[in-house]
Each structure stands twice: as structure tokens, then as C-alpha cells.
Write a protein that binds this ligand. Structure first.
Ligand code: HEC
Length: 134
């Protein structure tokens, strides 16, 4: 009997340990893909987009667009095509749009041919989702 309880306690402890380990690993993985995403952004997007709130350039500020409906950044004149696309920006819609903007939103005025690498798209999307993470 004693032995069984001992085993259970040990299992519980081990489970908690595994759980914490996994959470820590996930945290690190996310932080590093955000950092890589910032690098992708700085190389591919920064010519037209800022990550500062309210700073629009050739393209709208992308601060806070993750999770929001498309074409809603204040003070930016969006194309009719994007306004009428009725998209909400999440991992799936952003990944499709960034792979080939013109194919997903024909007539969008985002003059960008697309980011072919699914890995880089996932990274830059992680950055859009976590703009404050370092
Ligand atoms: C040459 C300029 C240019 C580049 C480079 C560019 N964009 Fe854009 N982007 C735009 C313009 C212009 C729009 C507005 C499109 C419209 O109104 O149809 C836009 C729109 C967007 C939107 C929609 C915003 C909203 O509020 O609905 C997202 C998201 C976006 N761009 C992400 C990116 C990312 C990420 C990159 C880099 C991988 C990138 N863009 C590269 C010019 C650019």
C-alpha cells in the first residue's frame, strides 16, 4: 500500500516537472520565432510598414492588426478590394495573404509578390501577434 502511494506521488511530481519543462520550452520557442519574425519584418516589410501604433507609410501600421478585421487601421486609405474582402487577420488568413497577396485579395494595393517560405511567414506572423515581445 505504502509503495503504491509512493509511486503515485512520484508520478504526480514527474508529471508536474514534465509540464513545466514543456511550458518553458514553448516559451523559448515562441520568443525565438518572434525575434526571427522581427528580422523578417525588418528585411521584407519595413519599407512600407511600421510596427509603431498610428504610424502609416506606404502601407498601414501593422501594430495590433493581428486578431482584427482587415482594412481597419485608422487614417489609412485602404483599397476597395481589401475593404470588401471581409477578412479577419489570424494565422491562417495572414499566411495565405502573405504567400500571395494578389491571389488572396485581387486588386489589393499591397505591391508585394509574396513570402514563399512557410517558416518565415509563421515567424513574421508570430511577430505581428506579439509586437512588444523582444
Ligand atoms: C511595397 C510596400 C509593401 C510591402 C513591402 C509590404 N506591404 Fe503590406 N501592405 C502594403 C499596402 C499598400 C497595404 C494596403 C493594401 C490595400 O489597401 O489593399 C498593405 C497591407 C498589409 C496588411 C493588411 C493590413 C490591414 O490592416 O488590413 C498586412 C497584414 C500586411 N500588409 C502585412 C505585410 C507584411 C507582413 C509584409 C512583409 C512580409 C508586407 N506587408 C510587405 C504595402 C506593403
Amino acid at each position: 500500500m505504502k509503495a503504491t502511494i509512493g509511486k503515485r506521488v512520484w508520478r504526480l511530481g514527474f508529471g508536474v516537472m514534465l509540464g513545466c519543462g514543456a511550458a518553458a520550452v514553448l516559451g523559448v520557442a515562441q520568443a525565438s520565432s518572434v525575434a526571427q519574425g522581427k528580422a523578417v519584418f525588418d528585411a521584407q516589410c519595413v519599407a512600407c510598414h511600421s510596427m509603431k501604433p498610428g504610424v502609416n507609410g506606404i502601407g498601414p501600421s501593422l501594430y495590433g492588426v493581428y486578431g482584427k478585421p482587415a482594412a481597419h487601421v485608422a487614417g489609412f486609405e485602404f483599397s476597395a478590394a481589401l475593404k470588401n474582402a471581409h477578412l479577419v487577420w489570424n494565422k491562417v488568413t495572414l499566411s495565405k495573404f502573405l504567400a500571395n497577396p494578389q491571389a488572396v485579395v485581387p486588386g489589393t494595393k499591397m505591391p508585394y509578390l509574396g513570402l514563399a517560405s512557410a517558416k518565415k511567414r509563421a515567424e513574421v506572423i508570430a511577430y505581428l501577434e506579439n509586437p512588444e515581445a523582444k
